[in-house]
Write a protein that binds this ligand. Structure first.
Ligand code: AVJ
Length: 326
């Protein structure tokens, strides 16, 4: 006798990460899709383009804070007892990290750097530009999903975990605490976390940052439908969906949605699924939480850290927070 599985009738594609997430999300009410689905090759290129848009202030503001205060950040995280080892969660191509790596090299001569990312190609790009541009960095990249667990990182002195770019804003607050707890688990007393998180501000600044005039963010959002077409055969007509960015004041978050402009049924052959949309119904594709110094301090403290210092830009649009293990 062998066990009869209730999943026997599910098509194979429903068991892949993309298939199961699309199945879960498009059979939920309201319909949702997780932001990690954005980042296929085209999506990663579109995100890089977003970071250069005039309306998308996050990347250039955080970079300016690192340029201005990077040496102080490194000095505050270091100890007299030995060199600082840097670990980066969701490092991507590590373009902004260069400023901090250079600051570490100025203070201690060389640095061990462990970037972690799900994308092997992004890490290869990071390794290449760091090897060419920043001598003194010993880099050991690790491919993996940091939300699923982080391997121990050896070090002689102290560790500094970088979690920058406001990636934390994609998580519900309770999940954000869990992500930081996972980082906390590989650290020892005296080690630090450097967290970059976008600040709450007027909707007149936030909305254009997520609904830019050139339509790059709209393309980034709709690209998830192109991905589902390519990987699962779905017959989405992109012209019948519209990009929407909303400011949810109560939850202090920007929401991105894809709104169906007509009543329609989309079929997804690989999942044996027909998805009905009412006119005006949306797929909620992303939350991007915006924090006050108090709301981010609460998340940091619930994860087992003590906030030691923070930095911001003159307009106070973005925050960088240093916390130590308690
Ligand atoms: C990569 C999550 C920080 O929330 O600002 C940019 C992603 N979405 N434009 C953000 C994003 C739309 C970005 N993070």
């Amino acid at each position: 006798m062998h066990a009869v599985s209730s999943t026997l009738s599910l098509p194979e594609a429903a068991c892949t990460p993309v298939g199961s997430e699309v199945y879960r999300g498009l059979t939920s009410r309201p319909k949702t899709l997780c932001p990690w689905l954005f980042y296929d090759q085209r999506g990663s290129e579109l995100f890089e383009a977003i970071t250069e848009l005039p309306e998308y202030y996050l990347t250039r503001t955080e970079r300016a804070i690192f340029a201005e205060h990077g040496d102080e950040m490194i000095a505050a995280a270091a100890a007299e007892s030995g060199p600082l080892t840097m670990i980066e969660l969701g490092a991507g191509t590590a373009t902004k990290t260069g400023l901090l790596l250079r600051a570490a090299i100025r203070s201690q001569g060389a640095v061990d750097y462990y970037p972690i990312d799900v994308s092997a190609s992004a890490l290869a790009a990071a390794e290449q530009h760091i090897a060419e541009g920043i001598p003194g960095v010993r880099i050991e990249s690790r491919v993996g999903d940091y939300t699923q667990g982080i391997e121990p990182i050896p070090c002689e002195g102290r560790r500094l975990v970088l979690y920058i770019g406001s990636s934390i804003g994609n998580f519900e607050p309770a999940d954000a605490v869990q992500v930081l707890r996972e980082a906390r688990r590989i650290l020892a007393p005296g080690d630090h976390l450097l967290l970059g998180a976008d600040r709450a501000k007027d909707a007149s600044v936030l909305i254009p940052a997520y609904d830019d005039a050139a339509g790059v963010t709209a393309d980034f959002n709709k690209n998830v439908l192109t991905r589902i077409h390519r990987e699962l055969g779905a017959d989405f007509n992109l012209r019948t969906f519209r990009h929407r960015a909303r400011w949810n004041q109560e939850q202090s978050r920007i929401e991105m949605h894809l709104e169906s402009l007509i009543a329609q049924t989309v079929s997804i052959p690989a999942l044996h699924l027909e998805v009905r949309f009412a006119r005006g119904e949306t797929i909620h594709t992303e939350n991007s939480y915006k924090f006050t110094p108090e709301s981010i301090a609460s998340i940091i403290e619930r994860a087992g850290f003590a906030l030691t210092r923070c930095w911001s830009d003159p307009r106070q649009w973005f925050g960088v927070y240093l916390a130590t293990v308690v």
